[in-house]
Design a protein around this ligand. Structure first.
Ligand code: Z5A
Length: 202
């Protein structure tokens, strides 16, 4: 199983990843947990470049290409070897985030992103949990965590556009995506994730 967790910031992705991890441990399912951008030494270095606030403005195209540079490193050296070794992969964000953030958020033509994706991403996730909540709620939950990174500093309208692309992509592939209303209390969200995992893993 290749499972990805998506959504705007603060909706509860890391919390969901930890919950899935506990579920897999309980059911003795071999797995790795990883994230994007990041997941390898080189990709984590690219992550730092991507998220560190700088005086020079990073161009949307630079941001997109760095996302895919880190992604291909991650796919070829971490994700594919794990899947080929029979491990499940739980990944905090994957290519849907590039469509949502660089496409929706930054306004890059989705066709360019699709071209990169067709070139570099050969293995689709089996399941994508889209944790959906309003940017206002997500930003409120996330703000307890200290200084915001470069992308988190964007305004609510940016995250509205990100959310809209996520929901549109989910609508176009309801088989892979499961939209989870993340505005509900944590125990309710986790119960829904558990039910979904029971369906696909047991
Ligand atoms: N990015 C991109 O632009 N393009 C790409 O292709 C990729 C990424 C792959 C790094 O992401 C940035 O990279 C991200 C998108 C961009 N920038 N932004 N924004 P990241 O995943 O590392 O960071 P993040 O999006 O900022 O995630 P996050 O802030 O860590 O949030 P989260 O993981 O979704 O939330 P959380 O830490 O699990 O939960 C936040 C708090 O809410 C925490 O205290 C929880 O206990 C609480 N929580 C969680 N669920 C609930 C519920 N249901 N009720 C109440 N409280 C809850």
């Amino acid at each position: 199983m290749f499972i990805t967790i998506e959504g705007i910031e603060g909706v509860g992705k890391s919390t969901a990843v930890n919950f899935i991890k506990e579920y897999f441990l309980k059911h003795h399912i071999p797995f790795i947990v990883t994230r994007e951008p990041g997941g390898t030494d080189i990709a984590e270095q690219i992550r730092k470049i991507l998220l560190t606030p700088t005086e020079e403005i990073m161009l949307p195209e630079t941001e997109l290409l760095l996302m895919f540079a880190s992604r291909i490193q991650h796919i070829k050296t971490v994700i594919m070897p794990a899947l080929e070794a029979g491990q499940s992969v739980i990944c905090d964000r994957f290519d849907d985030a590039s469509f949502a953030y660089q496409g929706g958020g930054r306004g890059i033509d989705l066709a360019y992103i699709q071209n990169l994706d067709d070139w570099l991403v050969k293995r689709r996730p089996d399941l994508t949990l889209l944790l959906d909540a309003s940017p206002t709620l997500g930003l409120m939950r996330a703000k307890h965590r200290g200084p915001q990174d470069r992308i988190e500093q964007e305004k609510t309208a940016f995250f509205d556009r990100v959310r809209a692309v996520y929901l549109e992509r989910a609508k176009q592939d309801m088989k892979r995506f499961k939209i989870i209303d993340a505005s509900r209390p944590l125990d309710v969200v986790q119960q829904e994730i558990k039910t979904l995992l029971d369906e696909v893993c047991l």
